[in-house]
Write a protein that binds this ligand. Structure first.
Ligand SMILES: [Fe+2]
Length: 396
């Protein structure tokens, strides 16, 4: 009989906290719930936080129509100056707008950047003179203004996350502001809002969701609930992302990707791994899209981890419907990594950092930043700065 091993060691020796608290409304037309949900929550003056690119999209017209028609006795306001990788000033200005319009809540609307900025605005609503560079997760950040999160991409899953990634003024680096108080009060997942996303962005954001699922599953923290969610997210992404990439109007595929992205983010409360540490400087130094950066680094990190923890990726392979149940550890890892590499390539995410103008000089700057990034601390095996530099070169 096959022996079932506890992959992550002696769970009974430590206390674990399992929490999946965000109410989520999913389905075609979920956005139409917004006025009634605002009313139910007693919210009358929401500030919609988004990025300027969204203002001319079908998704924005839809929310405009819903709020305009549905919330007759309320007023709503827009702050749309969020950068593609949000900076501290976006949060400062958003909080100023919130106060100027005397708002009582936030609607975070858009991709990961708008969602992260929208969630974080509430920090400076609570403490107007606070500097985000002094953020400490041990401080009391409960009781923030209510936030309804509505994603228009399927990738970061920030709508169900407890953190905001913001580039801080004092370090000019992406910093993860983490606190359970940052959770949105309500999430609306409507596939109609994501159908305008072009194939390239569909692929890159979907690759982010896939990376969250893989890195959280392989992270050595005891959390079987998240592990199950991560594996199912992998399974859904493999089935739905190619369809959403090929046909943006495939609402079934779009919906599945929205759910998979949220699942990836729920799973990564376990934390992430070295791929995300490598990806963050690629955005801050080279301006690369976060999902693309993950896609380009993920296979090398999986290979690195597999050589030190053989068999690590077997269950990911099974989630991808590969026949690796009885394969050797090495064969299971090799086949899974090859599959993931081909999968990403087939989505137009051509491997090779060099193809995106990343140079050896960039790597010299990025390696220390990647090492300073905390994500790799929950990588399945420890990494050094030299390892991260090698991984950039292997991905070059
Ligand atoms: Fe990510």
């Amino acid at each position: 009989m096959r022996q079932f091993r506890n992959r992550n060691g002696a769970a009974s020796m430590t206390l674990s906290t399992f929490s999946f608290p965000t109410t989520t409304i999913f389905g075609v037309g979920a956005i139409k719930e917004l006025p009634q949900r605002l009313k139910n929550l007693g919210l009358k003056r929401p500030l919609l936080v988004t990025d300027p690119g969204l203002l001319h999209t079908e998704a924005f017209s839809t929310v405009q129509e819903v709020l305009g028609k549905g919330a007759k006795n309320s007023e709503w306001f827009i702050f749309s100056n969020v950068h593609p990788n949000p900076i501290e000033q976006d949060v400062v200005k958003g909080a100023e707008a919130y106060r100027e319009f005397d708002c009582d809540s936030v609607i975070a609307f858009g991709g990961g950047s708008a969602l992260d900025a929208g969630k974080a605005v509430r920090l400076l609503v609570k403490r107007p003179t606070f500097k985000l560079g002094d953020f400490d997760w041990k401080d009391d950040w409960y009781g923030l203004a209510p936030c309804i999160a509505i994603p228009t991409t399927a990738g970061t899953g920030s709508e169900v996350g407890r953190s905001s990634v913001i580039i801080l003024e004092k370090t000019q680096k992406k910093s993860v502001l983490f606190h359970p108080g940052l959770l949105a009060s309500l999430v609306l997942l409507d596939p109609v809002l994501t159908r305008g996303l072009p194939p390239k962005l569909t692929a890159a954001t979907g690759a982010d969701a896939m990376t969250h699922a893989i890195e959280s599953f392989t992270s050595p923290v005891f959390h079987p609930l998240c592990d199950g969610i991560a594996l199912e997210a992998v399974h859904i992404v493999v089935e739905a992302l190619p369809r959403a990439y090929r046909d943006g109007n495939d609402l079934d595929a779009r919906g599945k990707m929205l759910v998979a992205a949220a699942m990836g983010a729920v799973a990564f409360q376990k934390d992430l791994g070295a791929t995300h540490s490598l990806a963050h400087p690629l955005s801050t130094i080279c301006g690369m899209h976060h999902g693309l950066a993950n896609a380009l680094c993920l296979p090398a990190v999986m290979r690195f981890n597999a050589t030190r923890k053989p068999g690590l990726h077997r269950r990911i392979g099974i989630a991808c419907e590969l026949d690796v149940m009885r394969a050797s550890d090495k064969q299971a890892d090799d086949e899974t990594i090859e599959f993931i590499g081909d999968f990403l390539n087939d989505l137009g995410l051509r491997p090779g950092l060099r193809n995106y103008d990343v140079t050896e000089q960039h790597i010299a700057l990025m390696a220390p930043q990647a090492y300073a990034d905390t994500c790799h601390q929950t990588n399945p095996v420890p990494v050094t700065e030299a390892d991260l530099r090698d991984l950039y070169f292997q991905s070059l």
